[in-house]
Design a protein around this ligand. Structure first.
Ligand code: NAP
Length: 250
């Protein structure tokens, strides 16, 4: 039997990059996967098709995780389709760097609304659908929560907040058998890092030179770690953060 057979997993921001890889890994372990997206329906549909062509089960559901109404609709649909949630991966996130003088209210609120408020509101709703066996919540943080780069004040602060929330909710939800952990990826090649101009930049070369394993990450590197946190293999781990960065900051 596969490790996540009959489980229901929700992955936010799963139309691309790290979220798409996590959705594929959880489905490969037997989970029924909800592929959430904000605007890229065609990409989300492709992830669902790939899961189905590998023999898995998935559906795509649109919801902007920074909007309460969208979150309510997302979980109503999940309740109707699957009846419960066993695994939640809070992956949806945006990164937009700015130096101190470039920071604006809009820059601050946009990132905090998705990366922090969205994660909290999504988790709040998801927890109401976890069963008596509990389950696993996996928050996608970043190495910047521990080692912020210049120009990343707001983004790094969102990820430090995510780690604080992970530790807090592990304590609040432990009695419900719900485990909460964070994965802290180093730079990963995704649609997002391509469009932000990180891929092929001097910053990438600099990071790789400081990384013991000598390369940046690929989405599958993170998908494997998420599958570990989703399954009972990590059943005695909660409130923890794991660096998935090829040894950068190790
Ligand atoms: P990406 O390629 O830009 O993809 C972002 C995904 O999040 C897309 O599926 C997007 O959906 C979705 N999304 C964005 N805003 C959303 C919202 N308000 N509601 C629902 N979904 C939303 O990103 P990525 O590089 O894979 O990063 C994924 C996560 O990993 C983020 O939390 C990021 O901070 C973290 N991370 C990334 C790296 C890296 O180097 N890539 C390193 C450390 C941590 P649409 O396409 O529909 O908009």
């Amino acid at each position: 039997m596969k490790k996540l057979e009959n489980k229901v997993a929700v992955v936010t921001g799963a139309s691309k990059g790290i979220g798409a890889a996590i959705a594929l890994h959880l489905a490969a372990e037997g989970a029924n996967v909800v592929v959430n997206y904000a605007s890229s329906q065609a990409d989300a549909d492709k992830v669902v098709e790939k899961i189905k062509s590998n023999g898995g089960n998935a559906i795509a559901i649109q919801a902007n995780v920074s909007k309460q109404e969208d979150i309510d609709n997302l979980f109503s649909e999940i309740k109707e389709r699957f009846g419960r949630v066993d695994i939640l991966v809070n992956n949806a996130g945006i990164y937009d760097w700015a130096t101190l003088e470039e920071i604006t209210e809009e820059h601050f609120h946009r990132q905090f609304n998705v990366n922090v408020l969205g994660l909290l509101l999504t988790t709040q709703k998801a927890v109401t659908l976890f069963g008596s066996d509990g389950g696993s919540i996996i928050n996608i943080s970043s190495v910047v929560s521990e080692s912020p780069a210049p120009g990343s004040s707001v983004y790094s602060a969102t990820k430090a907040a995510v780690d604080a929330i992970t530790k807090t909710l592990a304590k609040e939800l432990g009695s419900l058998k719900i485990r909460v952990n964070s994965i802290l990826p180093g730079m990963v090649e995704t649609e997002g890092t391509h469009s932000a101009g990180f891929i092929g930049s001097d910053f990438q070369i600099q990071l790789e030179s400081k990384t013991p394993l000598g390369r940046i990450g690929q989405p599958n590197d993170i998908g494997k770690v998420a599958a570990f946190f989703a399954s009972d293999d990590s059943g005695w781990i909660t409130g923890d953060t794991i660096l998935a960065s090829g040894g950068l900051l190790g």
